[in-house]
Design a protein around this ligand. Structure first.
Ligand code: ATP
Ligand code: MG
Length: 419
């Protein structure tokens, strides 16, 4: 029997891990710099939380959720995204009484039963954040700038920002009527899903991926032309703030986002390189969500970035993540006696924070040197009976072959300070 990873899942191998560590560490550092704190939420929740929180007219809930009954007869779903769980935690832990805004970030796996494609998996990773309690457009501009700083720090050049506003329930009500008027004569030609969206949530019809529906939806009236005065002012405010800090954007009236809870600002960072899975990050405001999930009326805003898609983009832009340098020195042994000394030195080095490796496979001296070279370990020290007698070793820098002689008694300290 040969096992293979399940469809839509993949291993992140050691060769890629430096990029992942760098992205995770950078995201966390940048979020902290803006005053966000990390939250870790459970991998599964009761199914109803996502039906309510993500929206039961969305593809995510209707088609993509991993839902099962547990042994206690509960309906459980693996999280398809992070916001619903974070909002649940926000309410459950009384975070509404903390000073506003409450700013949280996360790094999660998410699960969606989707057709596997480049940049589309069944288990994938998201970096995201949520901010609760700030009403005006300042925070909208701030979370967008978190992403800009992150991309900048990761060495990415061009990632396009598209923004839109999908208004509030007030403007959406009037707009939904004009959308229905527009779609009504075409309804027969549209897909089954669109037909059911027509009454429940016609805004979803704009986001339909079926080519025939897309053609029809292309000329539908745009919500951005039907905003109420408050929503218009909010959107103008966001543009003004982005202009002020010099973040470029384009307005894309077709962004409605895949999840139901958004209000007003929605945005996406898209790449020209990643093809049809070009949306690296999506986000927006969700002013009604906390209340609709049983909390008080607190405005919220957030985004989630697909880490696999981010990696594809970083690779196609030729970002160099460098190499790991966890192991600084290889301690090659030339005799049994030396090997006891080496094991002791190695333990001490590791206690003091210096990464090192020793031979664990009874290799010949030549084979040890070959191993150290292949592993790319930057320094090598050879210890045999001669070195023990003299009480001195020579540490060789592999990049240029230069050596330094150091007293054995001073070896650990030397490595701590000089390597
Ligand atoms: P798409 O239109 O590509 O299906 P979405 O609107 O469903 O995306 P969101 O729910 O907004 O995506 O999730 C935020 C981000 O998570 C996306 O922009 C994308 O980068 C990433 N993402 C979503 N689904 C997947 C998936 N199946 N595999 C990998 N990344 C994903
Ligand atoms: Mg999707």
């Amino acid at each position: 029997m040969r096992y293979s990873a399940q469809k839509g899942t993949r291993d992140i191998l050691p060769s890629e891990i430096i990029a992942w560590h760098k992205a995770e560490e950078t995201f966390s550092r940048v979020c902290h710099r803006f005053g966000y704190e990390e939250i870790r939420i459970p991998t599964f929740e009761q199914t109803d939380l996502f039906q309510r929180g993500v929206g039961d007219t969305t593809d995510v809930v209707q088609k993509e959720m991993y839902t099962f009954e547990d042994k206690g007869g509960r309906s459980i779903s693996l999280r398809p995204e992070g916001t619903a769980g974070v909002v649940r935690s926000f309410i459950e832990n009384g975070m509404g009484s903390l000073p506003s805004p409450v700013r949280l970030f996360y790094n999660i796996t998410a699960f969606r039963y989707e057709k596997m494609q480049k940049g589309r998996f069944r288990e994938f990773h998201q970096f995201g954040l949520e901010a609760f309690g700030a009403q005006g457009p300042d925070i909208d501009a701030e979370i967008i700038s978190v992403l800009r700083v992150f991309f900048n720090e990761m060495g990415l050049k061009s990632i396009k920002l598209c923004i839109n506003s999908i208004g509030c329930p007030t403007c959406r009500k009037a707009y939904n009527d004009s959308l229905r008027d527009y779609f009504r004569p075409h309804l027969e030609e549209m897909c089954y899903d669109c037909k059911s969206r027509f009454e429940k949530n016609p805004l979803r019809m704009i986001d339909c991926k079926v080519p025939e529906c897309k053609v029809i939806a292309a000329n539908a009236p745009k919500l951005i032309d039907h905003l109420c005065d408050d929503c218009k002012a909010h959107f103008e405010g966001l543009k003004e703030r982005l202009d002020n800090i010099g973040i470029e954007y384009s307005i894309d009236p077709n962004i409605v986002r895949g999840l139901d809870y958004y209000t007003r600002t929605v945005f996406e960072f898209v790449s020209e390189n990643v093809g049809s899975q070009g949306t690296i990050c999506g986000g927006g405001r969700y002013d009604g969500l906390v209340e609709s999930m049983g909390g008080t009326a607190v405005p919220g805003i957030g985004f989630a970035m697909g880490v696999e898609r981010f990696m594809l983009e970083a690779n196609s832009q030729g970002v160099d993540f460098g190499k790991t340098d966890y192991v600084k020195v290889y301690l090659a042994n030339l005799s049994d006696k030396a090997s006891m000394v080496i094991n002791k030195l190695a333990y001490e080095l590791r206690l003091k924070g210096v990464g090192c490796e020793v031979d664990l496979c009874q290799r010949s001296f030549r084979a040890q040197m070959k191993y150290a070279g292949k592993a790319g370990i930057p320094y090598v020290v050879v210890i045999g009976d001669d070195e023990l007698d003299k009480g001195e070793v020579s540490i060789k820098r592999m990049s240029d072959g230069t050596s330094n002689t150091v007293a054995l008694s001073n070896f650990v300290e030397y490595c701590m300070n000089e390597l």
